[in-house]
Design a protein. Sequence first.
Length: 345
Amino acid sequence: MLLKQIKLVNFRNFNKEDFVFNPYLTVIIGENARGKTNLLEALYFFINGVGFRESREEELIKFEEKESSVEGLFSGLNLKIILSKKDDKVEKKYFINKVKKRHVQYLVEQSKAILFSPEQLKIITDSPDVRRNYFDKQISFYDPEYKKKLSNYENALRRRNKVFEHYKDEDKLKEELIFWNEYLIKQAVYITEKRQEYINYLNNNPKVDSREFRVEYKKSEVSKERFREFFEREKRWRRTLIGPQKDDFKFFLNSFAAREKDIQHFGSRSEQRLGIIWLKLNEVKYCEEKNAKKPIILLDDIFSEFDLPNKKLILSLIKNYQTVITTTEREIVEMVNGEKTIIKL
């Protein structure tokens, strides 16, 4: 499926703008703070129904405006999302050929947008919650039940922690925990199973540029026995100390000449970047297998972070997909052979 055109109204720094996209490659070029990433986020939002920056959705609406819209042509379909501020909330409405649809119906009609950005290096280098958040978003894109179970688990976890915070009588505490323990276990089984399935997928596709990577899933499993084991510690700390909210994921590079290397702690910057390329390319493969459609690739100023060999690697690997690149480097345009459109901001 190919994106042909997009129209923005009051989206971030854009008032009313139309953009046309090449079926092969579109390069958005301009100095910093001109709106390149905002345009890329508009594409991501238009296709996936959510933004990609960790901010409130109301910030997608231009400052001092009450409503914003993103509309476009996608392989013969007219698609549109309208965002409206309603008191302290943001309401989203989805349309296909001017007929209102539910979010899930809107998503079914198209493929996905897959983003590569410099900030994603944090998936490897940062804290466990960044890695959990990445995998949760990735799995939720294709599994609504996972998203539901995850929401159920997080809500129940807050309730269980409240029980610990306010208890005064240990017998009553144990009685209240029976329900929450059983509920959390039920949700956690599904979450852990689906996380493991995706990790297995990654490990079954380990290669990128003649290098091999692996992810180790460090589970914090829950069961009646483990809750009993941790009861005294949880009572002392007044919060839940085990469960999927404590899971972590470790990334390893097989260097062949030596032992496997934990690239979070011992990898070079170049090895960590290549690890992210491996992770994102598997996103592309996974999307094609799940959707039977090619995704659109969005590259947000990643060439400023990569050396020349990795730049060439990325460009060679994305040549079979409709791709949109943002960059401040004009030489990137010259590196790309074939048909392309330039958007200057």
